[in-house]
Design a protein around this ligand. Structure first.
Ligand SMILES: [Zn+2]
Length: 422
């Protein structure tokens, strides 16, 4: 397959393929692990504790306390007095770069390097893929589930729906014209319904709508409201959450009126969006800020960025709830520090940011067994490098990432091989 197509549907792609690769069978093997010397920050509204141990048995946290014992065959991992939180979520990623091309057949080593660099070294145990080539995403999910690759749990929106003849210009630049018809761009409500139904049947757990699509750098095409409404209804009937890419006022209006569940970005053309964002907050629509993406891919000019930060501030003041997400994959910068610092500059505390990384996405996706460090929860943990009360920037410095009791990332540690044993 041509490298240039890696992010998008290719000629072999069909929903039948997708269904055969269906994600329901992809259950990752559970592991046991004793994490010692951990300063647990159980949840954003709780206090950072003294050092304890965490015993994970078959992927589930069984005990938290001082001086825990475990059978000899259970691997040990010392947190060395560092802060341990629930595993982080990144609610906006893409697997569209060249490094993911041929994800089904590429050597595990190169894919592993990309997974480490983009996700695991930043503490992510669960990620939301908001539009990629489903073949790529499902191949990664399959290879992670078999244990061939160490990776996060991936929930995917398959390929996002664009307005009719409204493919984003940056996608168009990457897809040869003969293949553009493969991108779902329903013209009618019926088309939207069928597309969403087929994607969910094929294993998509989320739905993504470009309610405002940048068809040119200076022009946004909104999705027609009846089309967006039909897509949302079809998704909700099947239990799928809907994310919208709003871009500007009309795109935000369609998203809010259609009843989507989350905005995948702050609209970057903020003019006229203040009331809409307040309405979104009041209706419980979540917001993924992706502030650093705007600085990284558009301009660092504060005349452009300050209104975007202010729009996030207004949404939060109206009671709006934030999901952490970076848009990595579209954005080449894989570091998370820029996003944490921009969130702090918008008035968010470390606890607010941790909430967006853990409890908020867990609640949003109905995953009661994740989001906090508690007995009975899944053994998804993120070990920070700091040993003290973290600042927002400290959330960017990760020592280890643990998913369901398996250390899937360890930063230069002699215990690596012990902890990584199956
Ligand atoms: Zn994106």
């Amino acid at each position: 397959m041509d490298d240039r197509l890696s992010g998008y549907p290719d000629p072999d792609f069909s929903l039948g393929t997708l269904a055969r690769m269906g994600s329901s069978r992809l259950v990752t093997k559970a592991h046991s692990l004793l994490v010692t010397d951990a300063r647990v920050w159980p949840a954003p509204d709780e206090r950072l504790g003294d050092t304890v141990s965490i015993l994970i048995v078959d992927g589930v946290i069984e005990q938290i306390g001082a001086g825990l014992q475990a059978p000899d065959d259970v691997p040990r991992l010392s947190a060395e007095g560092r802060v341990v939180t629930a595993g982080f979520w990144n609610c906006h990623v893409h697997f569209t770069g060249r490094e993911w091309s041929s994800a089904a057949t590429a050597p595990a080593e190169s894919l592993q390097h990309a997974l480490d660099d983009m996700l695991l070294s930043h503490g992510f145990t669960t990620v939301l893929d908001l539009s990629s080539n489903p073949r790529t995403t499902f191949a990664l999910m399959r290879r992670i589930a078999t244990g061939e690759l160490r990776g996060p749990e991936i929930l995917t929106a398959a390929t996002g729906l664009t307005p009719w003849r409204g493919m984003p210009f940056y996608v168009k630049a990457d897809v040869p014209w003969v293949l553009r018809w493969l991108m779902p761009a329903p013209a009618t409500s019926i088309g939207a319904r069928l597309t969403v139904a087929a994607q969910i049947r094929g294993g998509a757990k989320l739905t993504k709508l470009f309610t405002g699509s940048y068809v040119r750098p200076d022009q946004v095409k909104p999705m027609r409201l009846p089309v967006a409404r039909a897509a949302v209804a079809a998704a909700h009937r099947r239990g799928s959450r809907v994310f919208a890419h709003p871009s500007n006022r009309p795109g935000t209006e369609v998203a809010v009126e259609a009843g989507v569940d989350a905005l995948a970005h702050v609209p970057d053309e903020t003019e006229g969006t203040e009331t809409l964002l307040r309405q979104a907050a009041e209706r419980g629509i979540r917001l993924v800020p992706t502030l650093h993406m705007f600085a990284s891919t558009v301009t660092t000019d504060d005349g452009y960025l300050a209104p975007i930060r202010a729009a996030l501030g207004g949404f939060i003041r109206a009671g709006g709830r934030v999901l952490f997400g970076t848009d990595v994959g579209y954005m080449a910068d894989r570091e998370t520090r820029g996003e944490y610092e921009a969130m702090r500059a918008s008035g968010m505390s470390t606890a607010d940011i941790l909430r967006s990384l853990t409890t908020e996405p867990a609640e949003f996706l109905g995953r009661a067994d994740t989001g906090s460090v508690a007995v009975g929860n899944r053994g998804d943990l993120t070990v920070l490098q700091t040993r003290d009360d973290p600042s927002p920037a400290d959330l960017a410095n990760i020592q280890a990432t643990i998913r369901a009791g398996r250390a899937i990332f360890l930063r230069d540690s002699p215990s690596k091989h012990t902890a990584d044993a199956p």
